[in-house]
Each structure stands twice: as structure tokens, then as C-alpha cells.
Ligand binder design. Structure first.
Ligand code: ATP
Ligand code: MG
Length: 455
């Protein structure tokens, strides 16, 4: 069942033909054992990287020197990249993220021992079979994430492993072994000291598994060590008849809901928005005299916190703008009518220029997940939202008008019909006209719009 692709066999064959030893390691081995083919192939070899480069070039492959400090080169075999790294171990980690030194070694077992989790610390060779000194195959079968070696030390060496443990637990639908779990909690504070960009990538990876709801419920201390803004959600009672759960459980349900409503592949912006949609709530929530909770913050507060968190984590700007727009508008009142859809599209366009179409469907998914996750009183609205994507689709197919440039008239028509000078006044007239069209007061037809301008 574990058919190693021919291009990877070429890399192993070339290195071993030159007298070195080489194995496939890491993600490919893990995923192949799970019957999930298609993972990139990483190779580990006894050859020093200069030798690896020479041997693989002589075998006709292009070789890029992608990480020679760590002994890594990337060979392109039959069009597929294969990262090939010399057996190595790492020295001490005084910054808790980057080893102070890399030491090359001669025994593949030493290389496997420096890897993070048992399921990631197996090597495979088509003739020699599986090399599994830490019981990774058994842990994989039992769905367990277990640190290689002494867990506390491993998380102290590199705190990013704390998030990696959660990511692999989400991805493999696995449990975290108790000693590893205890060490996770002890090591999570180390995340504050490592590059926020790396933290952002791992969190994005956790979201991409589609199982962040599990992480919120079971690994909040780890997530909150990465994003402190998440911590106040736990146990936060909204004192509202519309909410049956605290903000944390509500958020977990919304995260799970968007996966379902977006057919298992929500955009990154939607996943981030689901995670952060209520992030401002615990800080902007107060009770009125009757003891009922209300949001007292600025309506843009959630979007502001979203931009701050995602900016700090160096998430790409387009994803951040999309997520912030969804958070901003997740409480926006929408009805199943064309004018309401057009209003939603123009609000999204204003918040995240150029992304209104994809965000509109994402917003419906988010609102639906939010309504379903609230109290049963909100189910009626959830059902209505369910019908809205059809209205949205119809509206978009009909060439919906939600930006001034979608109007069937332009600035020149305003100048001609109103007899005004070019300048900001023209834009104001177009904005008024756009409002009238979005409200359904006038159809987006040239003659009708010209008549409106003359009137
Ligand atoms: P993915 O599909 O997420 O890329 P992967 O197993 O390929 O999964 P990578 O992050 O690409 O994971 O790392 C490749 C391998 O390198 C891992 O399987 C693991 O053996 C090792 N590794 C990566 N990062 C670390 C780390 N921070 N500490 C220890 N070992 C690591
Ligand atoms: Mg990888």
C-alpha cells in the first residue's frame, strides 16, 4: 500500500548508488501510513549537503540550495521538489526557537530523535521498510500525539512545538498523550517569546484543519498563549436570552458551523472571522438595570481587534481585510431581498475592496453559523439565512448593482444632465443614485437613471 513515487525513488537511488544512506522521513511517511497519499516527500541522508547537491545534479536533477545552514537542498526530480537534508541534531535553543547550532551526525536514529512527535519521527525505505524507534506507527493507529523524548524539554527547546502538537491533534483527529499534554500547558507561555509570524503560520495551519472548535474546547490555554485576546471568552456569560452558551463554546460552535455551511472548505478569511467574531464581546459587554447583557462598545471594535491580532501575526493583508470585514458585518441585518443583498455587497466592498463577492457568501455562512449557535430563538433567522444564498446568487447573476461603477450611467452623465462642474459633487450625486438603485427606487437602466438625474 505504501508505494513510494518514482521521483522519490530516483533521489534515494542516486544517493545510495553513490555510497550514502537515504530515507524518506516525516509527513510523507505519516500520511502514507494513514492511506493519505500526496504529501511532499522529504528525504534525510548521511551525505553532506554539498555531496547531496553534486550526486543529484549528476543524476540529472536541478538542485536548489534552499537551507544549506541546516544541511538542506531541494532537488527537482521529474518536476517534483524533494527536500533533502543531512542527518542532523540541534544544539541548545537559547531563544526557544532557533537552535544555536546544527550538528551533522551519521546515524539516522539520532536525526529521528530530534523530531517533534512520534508520528513525525519515522523513516521509510522501499527495501529496508519502516524505521520507527519511538513507536510512531502504534501512536498513529491509536491517534495519539506524543512528544519524542522528554516532553517538557522538547517544548522548552522550541515553544512552537506547543502549537504544532495542537495542529497535528486537529489534523489527525488525535488525542494528546497525558505527559505531553501536561508539558504543553507548562510550555505554552514560551510562545510569547517566539517570532509572531511563525505563531501566525501555525495558527493558520490549525484553522486550516477545520477542527479549531476542538482546540478551543480542549486546548484554550495553548491558543490563548498565542492570542491572549481569546482568553476572556472562557466562562463569559452574556446574560442574554439569545445566547445559551458562554462566548467560548459559542465561538467553538460557530467555527464548526462555518465548516459545515461552507461545505468543508471555508476561505481563510471566514475561518479567522469565525474564530474572532466575538473577540470584542467580553471587553465591551455590560448589564443593564434589569440584568440583561448588551454590547456597549464601538460597532467597529471587533473588526479593530481582528486587524490588530492578525496584523501582529503577519497574516496576509487580503485575508486580514476579509476577516475584519466579516467580523464588522456579522451582526448586519440582512433580509432575503435583492435590495438587502445589494446593501450587504456595498458594505463589504467598502470594508474589503475587491472581495465583496466571495465575502458575501462567507458572510451568509458566518451569520448562519452564528444564528444556529445561539439560542433556539434564533433558528427562524437561521432558516431564513439558508434561503438567502439563492437570493444572493440571483442578484449577482442579474449583474447586481452595489458599487457606483456598476451603475448604467457615469460621471459624464451627471455633469451633462445636472450641468455641474467636475469634482467631488459628481461623486456625491452618483452615491445618492446608487442608494436609490440599491433601495429599488429606480431600476439600473440608462433611460431611467437619466430621468432620475434630470428630475
Ligand atoms: P505538514 O504536512 O504540515 O507540512 P510535516 O510533517 O511535513 O507536515 P513540517 O512542518 O513540514 O511537517 O516538518 C517536516 C518534519 O520536520 C516533521 O514531520 C518533523 O519530523 C520535523 N519538524 C518540523 N518542525 C519541527 C520542530 N519545530 N521541532 C521538531 N521537529 C520538527
Ligand atoms: Mg511539510
Amino acid at each position: 500500500a505504501r508505494e513510494l513515487p518514482a521521483y522519490a525513488r530516483r533521489v534515494l537511488g542516486a544517493l545510495e548508488g553513490a555510497g550514502y544512506e537515504a530515507w524518506v522521513v516525516g509527513g510523507w511517511v505519516r500520511d502514507a501510513l494513514l492511506g493519505r497519499p500526496g504529501h511532499d516527500v522529504d528525504v534525510t541522508t548521511s551525505a553532506p549537503w554539498q555531496e547531496t547537491a553534486r550526486v543529484l545534479r549528476e543524476a540529472g536533477m536541478a538542485v536548489h540550495e534552499t537551507g544549506t545552514d541546516h544541511g538542506t537542498v531541494t532537488a527537482v526530480a521529474d518536476g517534483r521538489p524533494v527536500e533533502t537534508t543531512t542527518y542532523r541534531v540541534e544544539g541548545t535553543y537559547s531563544d526557544r526557537r532557533h537552535p544555536d547550532e546544527v550538528r551533522f551526525v551519521t546515524d539516522v536514529r539520532e536525526d529521528l530523535a530530534r523530531r517533534d512527535f512520534t508520528v513525525n519521527a519515522m523513516a521509510f525505505h522501499p527495501e529496508r521498510g519502516l524505521l520507527d524507534p519511538f513507536g510512531g506507527e502504534k501512536d498513529l493507529a491509536a491517534c495519539v500525539i506524543r512528544a519524542v523524548g522528554e516532553p517538557r524539554r522538547r517544548f522548552e527547546e522550541d515553544a512552537l512545538r506547543v502549537l504544532r502538537a495542537v495542529r497535528f491533534a486537529c489534523r489527525l483527529d488525535a488525542a494528546i498523550e497525558p505527559a505531553t499534554q501536561a508539558a504543553l500547558e507548562a510550555g505554552a507561555s514560551g510562545l510569547a517569546a517566539i517570532a509572531q509570524e511563525r505563531v501566525g503560520q501555525e495558527l493558520d495551519g490549525i484553522l486550516a484543519t477545520g477542527r479549531v472548535a476542538w482546540a478551543l474546547r480542549h486546548e484554550l490555554p495553548v491558543l490563548a498563549a498565542a492570542v491572549p485576546e481569546l482568553a476572556p471568552m472562557a466562562g463569559f456569560d452574556q446574560k442574554s436570552p439569545y445566547h445559551a452558551h458562554d462566548v467560548l463554546e459559542h465561538t467553538a460552535r460557530v467555527c464548526a458551523g462555518v465548516e459545515e455551511f461552507a461545505g468543508g472548505c471555508p476561505s481563510a478569511a471566514l475561518r479567522w472571522a469565525a474564530l474572532l467574531h466575538d473577540v470584542a464581546k467580553p471587553v465591551c459587554w455590560s448589564e443593564d438595570v434589569s440584568g440583561r447583557g448588551h454590547f456597549f462598545g464601538h460597532p467597529g471594535e471587533g473588526a479593530r481587534v481582528t486587524r490588530r491580532v492578525m496584523g501582529r501575526l503577519a497574516i496576509p493583508g487580503e485575508v486580514t481585510r476579509g476577516a475584519a470585514a466579516l467580523v464588522l458585518l456579522h451582526d448586519f441585518e440582512i433580509r432575503a431581498s435583492a435590495p438587502s443583498m445589494r446593501r450587504m455587497l456595498s458594505e463589504l466592498e467598502a470594508a474589503a475592496p475587491g472581495q465583496a463577492r466571495p465575502l458575501a457568501f462567507a458572510l451568509l455562512d458566518l451569520k448562519r453559523a452564528d444564528a444556529v449557535a445561539k439560542a433556539p430563538a434564533c433558528m427562524g433567522y437561521a432558516v431564513e439565512l439558508d434561503a438567502m444564498s439563492a437570493v444572493l446568487r440571483r442578484e449577482l447573476a442579474a449583474g447586481g448593482v452595489w458599487r457606483a461603477r456598476d451603475l448604467a450611467v457615469g460621471g459624464a452623465d451627471v455633469i451633462a444632465e445636472r450641468g455641474i462642474e467636475p469634482g467631488p459633487g459628481v461623486g456625491m450625486v452618483l452615491a445618492q443614485l446608487l442608494e436609490a438603485v440599491k433601495a429599488g427606487e429606480v431600476p439600473n437602466e440608462r433611460e431611467a437613471l437619466l430621468a432620475w438625474l434630470r428630475w
